[in-house]
Ligand binder design. Structure first.
Ligand SMILES: Cc1cc2nc3c(=O)[nH]c(=O)nc-3n(C[C@H](O)[C@H](O)[C@H](O)COP(=O)(O)O)c2cc1C
Length: 492
C-alpha cells in the first residue's frame, strides 16, 4: 500500500478496522452501546424515538430500528453510530480516554500523521446484490422516515453521502446534504450556498450540462463522519476517511455515470440534476434546532438506478434542538479539526479546543492557549473563527488561558466574566459564511452572511505578571485537607 497505517487497535480488541456498517453495529453491541427497537413507524416514531434516546442521557447508545411496519423484516434503520466517546474511539481506532479534551487531543495527534488514502476500485461488492434500473426504481421500497412533525415530507438522505465529481479537476466530493423523497424515482437535494457540492453542481449547470450524482444512504459511519465535516476543497472525503481507517475504502463504479460508491454500502441511488429542473423542497427540522429554512424550489434528482444490499440498513440522522444523535461526536471532531488547522496555520501554545454541544457543535467554540506574546489571543480567536473547520455558521469564539478548561462551560463563563472587558476584548467580524439554516439570517436573504464575536477572555497580556491571583487552595493543601478530614467529606 505504501501509506502509513493510522488505524490503531481499540483496546487491543480489534486489530483491524471494521469492514462495513454491519460489522460496526456488531462491535457497538459487543461494547454494550446498541439499543434495538422493534415496531417503530418510519413516520414520526423513529425520529421522536431518536430524540428521546439522545435526550435521555449523555452519550446515549446507537439505535437499530427493526421490524419497521410496512417493510420486509430485514429492512432496518440505524442512527447515532458515533455519538459516544467509546464508539467514536472504536470507529477511529483511537485510544479510549475518559476526558473529552483527551479525545480531542488524540484526534489532533492523529492528524499530525494522517495521510489521505485514496479508495481502491474493485470489480464488485455487496452493494450490487440488488439493482433496480430505470422504470423499476421505486423509492417507496425503502423506509425513508418523516423525521419531525413539521417536515415537508420523508427524507431518505439525512445520514448520507452525496457523491459528485468536479468536472474540471476530476476529484470526487462526498458530502452530507438532506434528500427529500419527491416521487417514485425523484428526490430533492438541499445544499447550502458555498458548500463544495454546490460549487460542483454549479459548474455543470453553468455549462448547461446535467450534474451526475450518487446518494448513498447506508454506509460505514467513518464515511459519514468525513462527509459531514468541512474538509478542504479538493480533498476527497473518501481519501480523508481512508487516512483515518489506515486502509483504502473499496469502491465500485456506478453503471450510468461511473461514479465511485462504497462497495459495502447498503443503499445507493444514482441520478442526475438537470439545469433548471427543480421542485418544492422542505421545510425540514434542522440541526440549529429550528425549521429555519422554509419551503423553496430546489434542484430535483432524477434517479435511474437503485443499488442495495439484501436486507439493507438505512442510516438516519436526526437534526433537532440539541443534543442530537450526532452532536456529541461532532463536538470532538470539529474541535480536533480546528485545533489541527490553527496549528497548521502557525499558531503556537494551543492547550485545547472545544465546540460546545449546546452551541450546535459549531456556534460556540472555545480555544485555550498559553499566552506567549502580545496579540497571541486575538490571533488564536481570529484563526479559530475563520479556518475551514470553523468558518461555516459559527457565532462565538472564546479564547481562554491555559488554566481554563475549554470543555467546562462553568470555567469558560467564569473566565469571560472576570478576564474579558467587553469594550476592548470583543471583536465583531462581519459578513462571514452562514446559511439559510441560521435562524437569524432573514428568509430570502441573498448573501447568507452572519457576524462573529471573537471574545478574548484571557488575562490582558500586559498585565500577566500583576493580574490578581486566582483565589483557591493550592493542590497540595487541598490534597492534605481531603486526606485529613476524609471522614467529614465522605458524608457529603
Ligand atoms: C446530519 C447532517 C445533515 C446535513 N445536512 C446538510 C444539508 O442538507 N445541506 C448542507 O448544505 N449541509 C448539510 N450538512 C453539513 C454538511 O454536511 C457539511 O457542511 C459538509 O462539510 C459539507 O461538505 P462539503 O464541504 O463537501 O460541501 C449536514 C451535516 C450533517 C451532520
Amino acid at each position: 500500500m505504501g501509506k502509513p497505517e493510522t488505524f490503531a487497535s481499540y483496546h487491543g480488541e480489534y486489530a483491524e478496522p471494521h469492514l462495513d456498517l454491519r460489522e460496526f453495529i456488531v462491535r457497538c453491541e459487543a461494547a454494550g452501546e446498541l439499543l434495538r427497537i422493534q415496531g417503530a413507524d418510519r413516520d414520526l416514531e423513529m425520529g421522536a424515538l431518536a430524540e428521546a434516546v439522545a435526550h435521555k442521557k449523555l452519550e446515549a447508545p446507537a439505535v437499530l430500528f427493526e421490524d419497521i411496519p410496512g417493510f420486509p423484516k430485514g429492512f432496518r434503520v440505524f442512527s447515532g453510530g458515533t455519538n459516544s466517546k467509546k464508539r467514536l474511539a472504536m470507529l477511529l481506532g483511537l485510544p479510549e480516554v475518559s476526558s473529552l479534551i483527551d479525545l480531542v487531543r488524540a484526534y489532533r495527534q492523529r492528524m499530525k500523521t494522517h495521510t489521505p488514502i485514496p479508495p481502491r476500485v474493485v470489480e464488485t461488492g455487496p452493494i450490487f446484490e440488488n439493482i433496480d434500473r430505470d422504470d423499476a426504481v421505486d423509492l417507496s421500497k425503502f423506509p425513508a422516515p418523516k423525521v419531525h412533525e413539521e417536515d415537508g415530507g420523508r427524507y431518505i438522505g439525512t445520514d448520507d453521502l452525496i457523491i459528485m465529481r468536479d468536472p474540471d479537476e476530476g476529484w470526487v466530493n462526498a458530502a452530507t446534504y438532506r434528500v427529500q423523497v419527491h416521487g417514485k424515482d425523484t428526490t430533492g437535494l438541499w445544499i447550502s450556498p458555498g458548500k463544495q457540492g454546490r460549487q460542483i453542481r454549479d459548474k455543470y449547470h453553468n455549462a448547461g450540462k446535467p450534474c451526475p450524482v450518487l446518494i448513498c444512504c447506508g454506509h460505514d459511519p467513518m464515511l459519514f463522519l468525513a462527509a459531514s465535516q468541512e474538509v478542504r476543497y479538493g480533498l476527497s472525503e473518501f481519501d480523508y476517511a481512508g487516512g483515518h481507517r489506515g486502509r483504502p475504502f473499496d469502491v465500485v463504479m456506478s453503471e450510468v455515470h461511473g461514479l465511485p460508491m462504497p462497495a459495502h454500502a447498503e443503499i445507493v441511488l444514482e441520478g442526475e440534476m438537470l439545469p433548471g429542473d427543480s421542485q418544492t423542497e422542505g421545510p425540514f427540522g434542522e440541526f440549529t434546532g429550528y425549521y429555519a429554512s422554509p419551503q423553496s424550489n430546489q434542484p430535483r434528482v432524477r434517479i435511474s438506478r437503485a443499488y442495495y444490499r439484501n436486507d439493507p440498513i438505512l442510516t438516519m440522522a436526526t437534526p433537532m434542538r440539541p443534543p442530537t444523535d450526532l452532536s456529541f461526536a461532532k463536538c470532538i471532531v470539529k474541535a480536533g479539526m480546528i485545533w489541527d488547522e490553527v496549528e497548521k496555520a502557525g499558531l503556537s501554545g494551543v492547550q485545547g479546543v472545544w465546540c460546545h454541544e449546546a452551541g450546535i457543535s459549531r456556534m460556540f467554540n472555545v480555544i485555550s492557549i498559553k499566552q506567549a506574546y502580545a496579540g497571541h489571543a486575538r490571533q488564536a480567536g481570529m484563526l479559530a473563527t475563520a479556518c475551514q473547520g470553523g468558518a461555516y455558521l459559527g457565532r462565538f469564539t472564546v479564547v481562554v488561558d491555559h488554566d481554563v478548561d475549554p470543555t467546562d462551560i462553568f470555567d469558560v463563563l467564569w473566565a469571560m466574566s472576570t478576564r474579558c472587558d467587553p469594550e476592548q476584548d470583543i471583536d465583531i467580524v462581519r459578513r462571514m459564511w452562514s446559511s439559510p439554516l441560521d435562524p437569524l439570517v432573514p428568509h430570502g436573504s441573498k448573501g447568507n452572511f452572519n457576524s462573529r464575536a471573537v471574545i478574548d477572555a484571557c488575562r490582558p497580556y500586559e498585565r500577566l505578571a500583576d493580574f490578581p491571583k486566582v483565589a483557591r487552595a493550592s493542590p497540595e493543601l487541598l490534597a492534605e485537607v481531603k486526606r485529613k478530614f476524609s471522614t467529614f467529606l465522605d458524608q457529603i
